[in-house]
Design a protein around this ligand. Structure first.
Ligand code: NAP
Length: 240
């Protein structure tokens, strides 16, 4: 059975990825910042022998390196960059640190570190394990909020830290599709839709179950032609 490594696997979309891949019989390596407080994931690992929980803080290069060393020689069919942070929420929390006029450089940097830099750092650290696998795929969960075309079309501004970090990861992953094509590694860039998680909030229309079922289908069909494209969970294209 294939192997997947999921980041941010303790809750939200990451936990649902683990649940669905484990149910499909995959070997799952689940990376979490704090294994001791990942109770739902621990329960999944207890009921599925194919799920292993690892400590992984994607904002910390040493943590990424430590897991890459621990999994050296383990082929990874799908490296799944899911971990993400939204940053201060202007609506819900009245926190304006990613709104124009009250921008906070530390917020921009910390959000960028997780959303933009970490997927690239993960790819660098795990490229040999991915190259050694049968499927050879790297999937990154981005957001249509990082789409310049969609932001312009909808007349949406603000959310500078989150929006810029997702645009940045898109261009990084598109470049990676070119750089890793000679090794037969395919890169998927996906928007999961607006989903009911801690990040998406209770008003989101999509369930994690539906979003992840769609994304798993996208990852399944990822090939040379779709590598480096930006797609929604349902397969429709997102403009850059
Ligand atoms: N939900 C939506 O509507 C939506 C829409 C578009 C895109 N997305 C994207 O989908 C992905 C998953 O989002 P979600 O809705 O599941 O969010 P979530 O419920 O807030 O979960 C975020 C996950 O990322 C992890 N994480 C954050 N920083 C990390 C770090 N430094 N190292 C390792 N893990 C870290 C969190 O771990 P902790 O528990 O330790 O904080 C948590 O497991 C994100 O990339 C997000 O940007 C979500």
């Amino acid at each position: 059975m294939p192997t997947v490594l999921v980041t941010g696997a303790n809750r939200g979309l990451g936990l649902e990825f683990v649940r669905q891949y484990a149910a499909a019989g995959w070997t799952v390596h689940a990376g979490v910042r704090e294994p001791a407080s990942a109770a739902e994931l621990a329960a999944l690992a207890a009921s599925h022998g194919s799920v292993t929980v690892h400590r992984l803080d994607v904002a910390d290069d040493a943590s990424i390196r430590a897991l890459a060393d621990a999994l050296a020689g383990t082929p990874i069919d799908v490296l799944l960059n899911n971990a993400g942070v939204f940053g201060p929420k202007p609506g819900a929390d009245r926190d304006l640190r990613q709104q124009f006029g009250t921008l906070d450089r530390a917020v921009l940097e910390s959000v960028w570190r997780v959303n933009a830099w970490a997927p690239l750092a993960m790819a660098e650290a795990f490229v040999e394990q991915v190259a050694a696998s049968a499927q050879r795929k790297i999937a990154t969960i981005s957001s249509s909020i990082g789409s310049i075309g969609e932001s312009r079309a909808k007349g949406e501004g603000g959310l500078y830290a989150y929006r810029m970090s997702k645009s940045a990861v898109n261009v990084a992953m598109a470049s990676l599709a070119t750089d890793l094509a000679p090794r037969g590694i395919r890169i998927g860039i996906y928007c999961p839709g607006w989903v009911r998680t801690a990040m998406g909030g209770p008003r989101a229309p999509l369930t994690p179950e539906a979003s992840i079922a769609g994304l798993r289908a996208r990852i399944e069909e990822l090939d040379e032609a779709s590598s480096g494209r930006f797609l929604r969970w349902d397969g429709s294209p997102v403009p850059w």
